[in-house]
Structure formats: structure tokens, C-alpha cells
Design a protein around this ligand. Structure first.
Ligand SMILES: [Mg+2]
Length: 441
């Protein structure tokens, strides 16, 4: 008589949050404690501690939470007829609707589509609440955007009296109960694999990729999964018949550089499931500013605005070079008697653009000048968005850019000016405002 072959399966129950080992002949589907599930079952479930958490269809889920009539309807958050889709709910996605698609096209694909104007400040507030919950698990939280973050939970077992995997399941339940939104969790051995994992089981997902299986898990999957693979690299790979992560992992040394450029080493590692990057919580500068003291005191709005424009450009250049974004603009003025005042204005969405910064500055400057005062110093400052992600090498795209055509035009113009200045030097272009009488030919 042969004994049945029992295996011990590490598990977490998403319903009752029971956790431990189930001895069974086959992978268990139902929780022994509550009879429900779903169960997260994985050999490495209790040894992995790197996670990526991503809210499910965040903007749309917030709108549905706030207005239950929308729950069963196809919803997008985005611009009017001329704007684009900023976010699409899962029902809308069934019609092929995706982010960045023009709104009219989305409407045509789904005539019953509900289009909602973005409420960025509201989403940001909720994003912060969720981030605070994440930070209650570990100080090692690295936000990638308003609704997603990496968490390193190594060393937290004793503190929470739970494995990292169980702490994450508890967190998801808490976010559901207290905020009313679902998140998807990816648990893996490193950041790259955790990010890929969180996308596998959406919405309300929990997906585990172990260290031992990472390379074989990736082997048959598309190369486009790999983080930071650019369009031109993708085109080269496709032309060379390379489609999967496995293809990249097994590229001969000589061809790697030709196909992937200077980034080859990192990308081949990612394709093998290797990613040594640590989770870096934000501890960087919280503001950038630039100021100038005048030779003679100034009281004229036009003269002050011209200087403010130059300083706005300086701040914008620093934001762009550091890949940061401003969420608040600060005007600093020093009176002739050395008294200093600051005025600040919050922006409706994070930005790096000079025209946004300058627009906010001029509004404040107009209110302060014309009171007969004269000034000896002007400063332009930007308080920074802590949600931006320098390591992604992707400029933070403002939601406003997606929904506002005028802004898109201004952005394009500014990008062209930036390019010229990079080539020819900063003094090459001036606006009419920045010309001083002596500059005139
Ligand atoms: Mg998300």
C-alpha cells in the first residue's frame, strides 16, 4: 500500500487572512479555515519581501466609489470632445478603450460611455492616504506615481508578527475596507519582478513570482514587459526577430550591444529576472528656487515680470534636468526696507513647464505690484512633487497635458526652445519681455 504523496503548501487566504501551510495531495483551492478564498499559494510565499502595489483603474475607481450609480457603467476620466482618455475603468476597457486614446474615439467605440472630468486634487488626497497606510508597514516605500509604489518589507516580520506576504494581504484588505478601493499586489524577489507580478492578476490581485522561477517565468513572455525598453530598441529587436524575454536572455554577448545599446547589461539582467536596485524612499530636496537682487530697486510690473520669466526658466530647467515636478509655485519679494514676503499658489497638477510656473508667478506678482512699493529682490521657487519617479527616466506627464490642447501646444513650443538652448546656449532666445532697452540693435 503506497502512502498518498502529501505536499506542504504555504498559503494565505484573501478572505479570512488565515496563513500557514496546508498539507495536501494537490495545490489547495479552498481555505481550510473559512471554506472560502481565493488562496495565494506559492513555494516562496513566506521568504519573499519585495512588493509592488498598484491601485486598480485608480481615477475611475475613485469616481465609482464616490458615485455608486457609476459602478456598472463604462467610465473614463478625461477631457471633453477634444481631449484624451486619462484613465478607463475595466468595463470601458472591454470596448478596447485605453489611456491616451482620443475621447471622441472612445465615445465612438462605446456610445454609452460616461466621461468624467479629472479631479486631481481629490485623487492626490486619496493617493496620500493609501501611501500612509503603506508606510505603516515599512519605511521603505518608493512611490512611482500617485497610485503605485514599491515596498521592501524585509525585516518587518517581528514588528507585524506576520510574514511580508501576510502583511501585504492585510494591507489590501484594509485599503478595501477603509478607503473603498482595490489594489493589486505583486510579490517577488526584486523590483522588476514585483512590478511585473502586480499586473498579472488585476483587479484585486495578488500574484507571486519566486526567485527560483523568475527566469523561466519570463522566458516565453514578450520583451515589452521589461522596464525601460524604449521604442527604438523594441523596433530593432522586432526587426531582428527577437520577441520574448527568453530571446533577450540568450542573446550572444556580441549582439547584445548592437541591439540594445549601452543599456544592454541592465536589460539582459532584467530578462533573466535579475534586478539589484534597492527601494529608495524619497529623501531628496523638497524645493528648487532661483532669485536675483537688483542693482536698483524696482517697482514696475513689466520690469519685475521680465526678471520673473528668466527665473521661471531657470527653475524649469532644473526641474527638467532632475526629472522632478512642481506642485506649488512660490513668489518671494523683498521690499526696499528689507522686509521679505512670500506668496504661493498650488498648481492643479504637477508640472515641469516654464509657462506653468511663469503663469502662476505673474498672477501673484500682479496682486503685489501696483501698490506703490519698490523691491530689491525677486525669487521664484517650486515646491516639488514627492510622487515623481526620477529613476524611471520618464518625464512626469501631467494629466493636464492629456486633456488640454492649448497646453500641448505650449509644451511643444517650450520643448523646441529647450532643444535650441541645449544646442546654442541659454542666451540664444529671449521673449519680448526679457529685452532690455540696451539689448535693442
Ligand atoms: Mg494603477
Amino acid at each position: 500500500m503506497s502512502k498518498p504523496a502529501y505536499t506542504s503548501y504555504p498559503f494565505i487566504c484573501r478572505s479570512c487572512l488565515a496563513s500557514g501551510y496546508i498539507g495536501a495531495e494537490a495545490r489547495p483551492e479552498v481555505c481550510l479555515e473559512c471554506g472560502g478564498g481565493p488562496l495565494v499559494v506559492h513555494d516562496e510565499l513566506f521568504s519573499l519581501s519585495m512588493a509592488h502595489i498598484d491601485c486598480d483603474a485608480f481615477y475611475c475607481s475613485v469616481e465609482k466609489r464616490d458615485n455608486p450609480e457609476l459602478v456598472d457603467k463604462p467610465v473614463i476620466v478625461g477631457g471633453g470632445d477634444r481631449g484624451v482618455v486619462a484613465a478607463a475603468c475595466y468595463i470601458a476597457r472591454r470596448y478596447g478603450i485605453r489611456s491616451a486614446m482620443p475621447s471622441w474615439q472612445a465615445k465612438r467605440a462605446c456610445p454609452s460611455l460616461v466621461v468624467i472630468k479629472p479631479r486631481m486634487a481629490h485623487y492626490q488626497k486619496i493617493g496620500r492616504q493609501i501611501r500612509q497606510m503603506m508606510q505603516s508597514l515599512t519605511p521603505l516605500v518608493q512611490p512611482l506615481s500617485i497610485d503605485e509604489a514599491f515596498l521592501d518589507l524585509s525585516g518587518t516580520q517581528k514588528l507585524h508578527n506576520a510574514s511580508p506576504g501576510l502583511s501585504l494581504a492585510r494591507l489590501a484588505t484594509r485599503i478595501k475596507q477603509e478607503i473603498g478601493l482595490t489594489v493589486s499586489i505583486g510579490l517577488a524577489a526584486n523590483k522588476s519582478m514585483a512590478k511585473i507580478a502586480s499586473d498579472q492578476d488585476k483587479p484585486d490581485g495578488y500574484y507571486v513570482i519566486g526567485a527560483a522561477e523568475a527566469r523561466s517565468w519570463l522566458a516565453s513572455r514578450p520583451a515589452s514587459l521589461l522596464f525601460g525598453l524604449g521604442k527604438s530598441q523594441m523596433a530593432k529587436l522586432q526587426a531582428a526577430g527577437i520577441q520574448t524575454c527568453g530571446d533577450i536572455a540568450s542573446l550572444p554577448e556580441g549582439r547584445r550591444r548592437a541591439l540594445l545599446g549601452s543599456d544592454a547589461g541592465r536589460l539582459v539582467n532584467l530578462a533573466c529576472g535579475i534586478d539589484p536596485r534597492p527601494v529608495v524612499p524619497h529623501s531628496r530636496a523638497k524645493s528648487i528656487s532661483s532669485e536675483t537682487t537688483f542693482n536698483e530697486n524696482l517697482s514696475d510690473y513689466a520690469a519685475l515680470a521680465a526678471l520673473a520669466e528668466t527665473l521661471s526658466a531657470k527653475v524649469s530647467r532644473q526641474l527638467k534636468s532632475q526629472n522632478r515636478a512642481a506642485i506649488r509655485v512660490v513668489l518671494k519679494l523683498k521690499f526696499a526696507n528689507h522686509r521679505l514676503i512670500t506668496r504661493s499658489r498650488s498648481l492643479s497638477a504637477p508640472t515641469q513647464m516654464q509657462h506653468d510656473i511663469f503663469a502662476a508667478i505673474t498672477e501673484m506678482l500682479k496682486l503685489e505690484t501696483g501698490k506703490g512699493q519698490s523691491y530689491r529682490l525677486l525669487g521664484v521657487g517650486a515646491d516639488l512633487d514627492v510622487l515623481d519617479a526620477p529613476e524611471t527616466n520618464i518625464a512626469p506627464v501631467s494629466l493636464l497635458d492629456l486633456v488640454d490642447e492649448k497646453r500641448q501646444k505650449k509644451n511643444k513650443l517650450e520643448a523646441a526652445i529647450d532643444q535650441l538652448q541645449e544646442k546654442l546656449g541659454e542666451g540664444v532666445l529671449k521673449t519680448g519681455r526679457q529685452f532690455k532697452p540696451q539689448d535693442k540693435p
